[in-house]
Design a binder for this molecule. Structure first.
Ligand SMILES: [Zn+2]
Length: 238
């Protein structure tokens, strides 16, 4: 039996901001009003990512432009609907610019950080931090936190089990779900990275937090962040 290595934490936040540089704004004319919504960014995700990075001294990679321009959490080959990974209605040259300026550097920076740790015989826990809108197309979402992983990767499944159990033990009010509101194997950054790195050395987990907390329930939001952090630390030590 191989010895279990301690996990090295790497944090990423693909939908950190709704920033759009001035020169790109004319291209978003029809959807500028979406910038402040979940379509523009993930409210609260960067705040929580920064808390984890500062407390746990972990590297954090955060997107610097709105997902309305380029979606850092989508694969290059996935062109089914905008903005995957760039808006469909952008001029071709601008799409190329989005990929070269934002998408490719971001994806390769995170990938290189993971590779560096694997070269040093480390096992990486990559947390990709996101938030989801409480109501989508009129249907309320039924979770406060979603832990997204690949059920066929035993270490990911076990880690999410420990983390969510620790959070549930701190407060029974949280509605915790596995692979919700999306499947952990749906297209996303960690899903793409699982194809590159072995299950024994790379754990890719996407955390999804209900945006009702950062947007409207400040006291509970602070408590949720504290308890997510505490239970993460506990899961890392087990
Ligand atoms: Zn997101």
């Amino acid at each position: 039996m191989t010895r279990q290595r301690p996990l090295t934490l790497i944090l990423s936040c693909e939908h950190a901001t709704n920033d759009v540089p001035d020169r790109y704004r004319p291209f978003l004319a029809g959807s500028i009003d979406q910038l402040g919504t979940h379509k523009g960014y993930d409210p609260g995700a960067l705040e929580f990512a920064r808390l984890l990075a500062a407390t746990l001294s972990a590297p954090l990679f955060a997107g610097s432009v709105s997902r309305l321009l380029v979606d850092l959490n989508r694969s290059l080959t996935n062109y089914r609907s905008p903005p995957i990974p760039t808006r469909n209605d952008l001029p071709f040259a601008l799409k190329e610019e989005m990929l070269a300026r934002y998408y490719l550097p971001y994806r390769s920076q995170v990938e290189e950080a993971i590779e560096g740790n694997l070269r040093n015989e480390k096992t990486v826990l990559h947390l990709s931090l996101h938030s989801f809108t409480p109501v989508l197309d009129g249907v309320p979402r039924t979770a406060d936190v979603g832990f997204l992983y690949d059920p066929s990767r035993a270490q990911e499944k076990a880690f999410c089990g420990k983390w969510s159990a620790g959070l549930a033990a701190r407060d029974a009010m949280w509605r915790l779900r596995k692979n919700y509101p999306y499947r952990g194997t749906s297209d996303g950054f960690v899903t793409a990275l699982r194809k590159k790195f072995p299950a024994q050395r790379y754990l890719g987990i996407e955390l999804e937090i209900n945006q009702s907390y950062p947007l409207a329930r400040k006291t509970d939001w602070l408590r949720l962040q504290d308890q997510l952090l505490e239970s993460l630390v506990e899961a890392l030590q087990v």
